[in-house]
Design a protein around this ligand. Structure first.
Ligand code: SF4
Ligand code: SF4
Length: 357
């Protein structure tokens, strides 16, 4: 008899409880406090008195099957066989016995992994993985992450910063990328180039026209075929038209650059959200090691480390010293590209010589 087919699961990810460490399952929602015994290690103490240690290791972000097996084998041999991944691509091992922590760290370090990323360290850079699955990437964000973190390894492993530093990257200019103390985002600098022969076959023209945030796209007849045209004076080079219409190619080895934004922070119990601001633009998108972008990020981190007071996040520090001073201490040039003169942004129009962010 044919085997009965498994019915599809339509409701997202499986129940996480079955994969949780038993100490976590028993004390779910019942934690009294946590401490940081050393970089990369947390201990959570439950009201019941039970404790659980978490050991966090950074990864190279794109994980192949061999690396995953190696990481899991380390967890089986030196931990309790329970792991989870953070949104920043760190792997965390959960153990109920303090005696297992040091041997686990040694096994990870012997295998070439770095333990850290907690408290006032530079955490792993978060990003999505458009290069592999999305339809709009302008750069390989994971490559940027790997090259930068290679150079920031000591800041990941130690507690050297005034407060934690969250960094983000994005592979396109419009969607993910998030709010980070430092964000490294792709920056298109020219309007899309249209392959008119393909538009009629590939694109739903009304959706493409509707997609443009500044109404720069119009339907047009080109060589007798239905196509599109872009008003280049209006275009803000955002790249939003490229996903619904790949013939509107905007990626370009020379003109797709990187930009760096700083000071973003989500709201928390003590403060409102702050929005990141552009501090460096037109940085070459230069694989495989992105040295120019890394140099800018390292310069910002050095200035923050040397000048901020304990507990100040990047945005708190800049708020205290002011943006003109930020440009002085980081040595970044303040250019006309930092002035928001987009006609649509009347509410935040900063076109005068009086710098106001
Ligand atoms: S940043 Fe953009 S390209 Fe990358 S995954 Fe997100 S939406 Fe896709
Ligand atoms: S790049 Fe952005 S602004 Fe320019 S035409 Fe496309 S959607 Fe419009």
């Amino acid at each position: 008899m044919a085997q009965e087919m498994r019915s599809p699961i339509e409701s997202g990810c499986p129940d996480a409880f079955q994969y949780m460490h038993p100490v976590m399952r028993r004390n779910y929602g019942q934690w009294a406090y946590h401490e940081d015994p050393r970089p990369g290690v947390l201990v959570h103490v439950a009201h019941s008195g039970e404790k659980i240690w978490t050991v966090r290791a950074g990864t190279q972000r794109i994980l192949d099957i061999f690396t995953l097996r190696e990481l899991c084998d380390i967890g089986d041999k030196f931990g309790d066989g329970y792991v989870h991944f953070t949104i920043r691509s760190n792997i965390e091992y959960l153990v109920a016995d303090e005696a297992k922590v040091e041997p686990l760290i040694k096994a990870l370090e012997d295998a070439g992994y770095v333990v850290g990323g907690t408290r006032n360290s530079v955490t792993m850079i978060s990003h999505t993985q458009g290069w592999l699955h999305c339809d709009i990437p302008g750069t390989d964000a994971s490559g940027v992450v790997k090259s930068m973190m290679d150079e920031l390894i000591d800041e990941f492993k130690g507690w050297n910063m005034p407060n934690r530093v969250h960094m983000t990257t994005s592979c396109c200019q419009i969607n993910c990328g998030g709010q980070g103390d430092i964000a490294i985002n792709v920056q298109h600098t020219k309007p899309p180039k249209i392959n008119h022969d393909l538009v009629a076959n590939v694109c739903e023209r009304p959706s493409v026209v509707a997609r443009c945030p500044v109404a720069a796209i119009r339907p047009a007849l080109v060589n007798g075929k239905p196509s599109l045209e872009v008003d280049e004076k209006k275009c803000i080079c955002c790249g939003a038209c490229y996903p619904p219409c790949p013939p509107m190619q905007i990626n370009d080895a020379e003109h797709s650059k990187l930009a760096i934004w700083v000071g973003g922070n989500h709201s928390n119990a003590r403060g409102k959200p702050t929005f990141q601001k552009l501090v460096a633009s037109g940085i070459p998108n230069n694989p495989p090691r992105w040295p120019e972008a890394t140099a800018v990020v390292k310069g910002i981190l050095k200035a923050y480390k040397e000048n901020a007071k304990d507990w100040e996040r990047m945005n708190d520090w800049i708020e205290r010293i002011g943006w003109p001073r930020f440009f002085e201490v980081t040595g970044l040039p303040f250019t006309k590209y930092h002035i928001d003169n987009w006609r649509g942004a009347r509410a935040s129009l900063n076109a005068s010589t009086h710098i106001r962010f």
